[in-house]
Design a protein around this ligand. Structure first.
Ligand code: NAP
Length: 475
């Protein structure tokens, strides 16, 4: 049994300060571990270590970097039960989702292990016979990686895999609620023999303090952030002072449209994943259901029936589908959004407003949603289904695009021409057509509008960690 890592991982060593903070189980506030609270000096050590390790790491042949990433992926899979348990304890998600997350997270390391060998450049025909023009891709340099609590492994490896494959080094700052998973990945990095300083982890209670330090450090050449739009925007402003590269994976407000020609049972199955994974706490969560009038009642009935089978409870208990929300603020937000909607005329079709006394929030279905309600504009981040009816295809598209966000949209339809038309009309970075789960290591994940900048996963994910250098050679 590998011991739970609790200290910062800096320059290949486990380091601590004289301060610790408690990581708590969101189900009952039991203390899972006391973790090192990285102070400014330790964060500076991590930045310096990443800068020192960079020249040698970038010179390693790509297959060597890829091999280490591949070994990390294999170790994650071999240890998936333990890693999932850590995730269930610190995040609260059901065990089956913990396992799914470990596999999903490992798939990014495996994918980028292969992509490391495919960071191709270009040769360009020159108009001058005496010149040879080439463009090569080089790593941007040491990167800061700042991640949220909702997918502690996957949000890390999506960045880490691409960065290390490209030849960058990394300082990671996990969310204060869920540092243990990131530290467990650092243990794996140590076990496979990743050179010191290539991957550093600085857990901390005060995210803005450490995040601010990372974004202002001149040695850090790129910030890759996943989290709220508000924080992403402020990081981008700060990064501008040093013209650092930024990748931002931010909030969403996904529409989930069911057209009259859809396979309604498939649309129910898709909704269960798109809405209820991680108890609704996903950036790609279906936030606004838009139903074409003709099937609205039929679909609502089928959906409520499926929702009735969901079991809420402690994530580690067998058969649980929905764990607790991450903290009291998350529960208070869901309560506010539901009460606001009901106050403005929404009808409760299933369940009821959360009591606010426990973090277990059973599913709620609301009908009669309008644009004036707060949950039409804000990410709900909880198990609330908000239903709205559209007259026809055009109104459904207009409603779907009625948001400042643009991460993902889902729609269900059988008609082939409609599938193309609607997919092209939606203002988002990703579309699920008859599919409620679009995330995959091979595919470009990311948003438009206030949902972010850049793509993760796929061959594009690695490009975000490289600079294109053009070389003109006189022969
Ligand atoms: P958050 O409050 O923005 O925090 C995300 C990370 O940023 C945490 O590590 C946090 O540290 C740190 N942080 C907070 N304030 C900071 C600051 N001023 N400067 C630098 N770092 C700072 O978001 P969250 O509540 O943890 O996560 C939920 C949000 O993430 C949702 O909006 C969700 O949609 C989004 N998300 C997006 C994607 C995507 O791929 N598009 C994926 C998952 C989640 P502390 O925890 O220590 O405060």
């Amino acid at each position: 049994m590998v011991e739970l890592a609790r200290d910062a991982f800096v320059d290949g060593r486990w380091q601590t300060t004289n301060r610790r903070f408690a990581v708590m189980d969101p189900f009952d506030d039991a203390v899972v571990a006391e973790v090192t609270d990285s102070d400014d000096a330790l964060v500076e050590l991590a930045i310096a270590a990443a800068a020192r390790a960079f020249p040698a790491w970038r010179r390693q042949p790509a297959p060597v970097r890829g091999k280490l990433l591949g070994q990390m992926a294999q170790r994650m899979l071999a240890d998936e039960k333990r890693l999932a348990e850590i995730c269930v304890r610190e995040n609260g998600k059901p065990t089956k989702e913990g396992i799914a997350e470990v596999r999903y997270a490992a798939s990014f390391l495996a994918w980028f292990a292969g992509e490391a060998e495919r960071i191709y450049g270009e040769t360009i025909p020159a108009s001058d016979a005496g010149l040879r023009l080439t463009a090569i891709r080089e790593p941007v340099g040491p990167c800061a990686v700042i991640t949220p609590w909702n997918f502690p492994y996957a949000m890390l490896t999506r960045k880490l895999g691409a960065a290390l494959a490209a030849g960058c080094t990394v300082v990671a700052k996990p969310a204060h609620q869920t540092p243990l998973g990131t530290l467990a990945i650092a243990q794996i990095a140590e076990q496979v023999g990743l050179p010191p300083g290539v991957f550093n982890v600085v857990p901390a209670l005060d995210g803005p303090r450490v995040g601010g330090k990372l974004v202002r450090a001149p040695q850090i050449r790129k910030i890759s952030f996943t989290g709220s739009t508000k924080v992403g925007m402020s990081l981008m402003r700060d990064a501008a002072d040093d013209l650092k590269r930024v990748s931002l994976e931010l909030g969403g407000n996904a529409p989930f449209i069911v057209f009259a020609d859809a396979d309604l049972d498939a649309a129910v199955a898709g909704a269960m994943v798109a809405k209820f994974r991680n108890t609704g706490q996903t950036c790609v969560g279906a936030n606004r259901f838009i139903l074409e009038q003709r099937i609205a009642d039929d679909y609502t009935g089928r959906l409520c029936k499926a929702i009735g089978k969901l079991v809420t409870g402690r994530g580690s208990d067998p058969g649980v589908d929905l764990g607790p929300l991450i903290d009291d603020a998350a529960v208070a937000k869901v309560k506010r959004l539901v009460e606001d909607a009901i106050g403005k005329g929404a009808r409760v079709l299933y369940g009821g407003a959360p009591s606010g006394k426990t973090r277990l929030v059973p599913p709620i279905v609301l009908g009669g949603i309008t644009s004036e309600m707060q949950l039409w504009r804000e990410e709900i981040f909880g198990p609330v289904v908000a239903l709205r009816v559209a007259r026809d295809e055009q109104e459904a598209i207009d409603l779907a695009n009625d948001t400042e966000y643009g991460l993902v949209a889902y729609f269900y339809a059988r008609d082939g021409a409609r599938q193309v038309r609607v997919a092209e009309a939606l203002e988002v970075g990703m579309v699920g057509v008859n599919e409620g789960l679009v995330s995959a290591a091979q595919a470009p994940f990311g948003g438009v509008k206030h949902s972010g900048i850049g793509r993760e996963g796929s061959r594009h994910g690695i490009e975000d960690y490289t600079n294109l250098k053009y070389i003109a050679t006189r022969i």
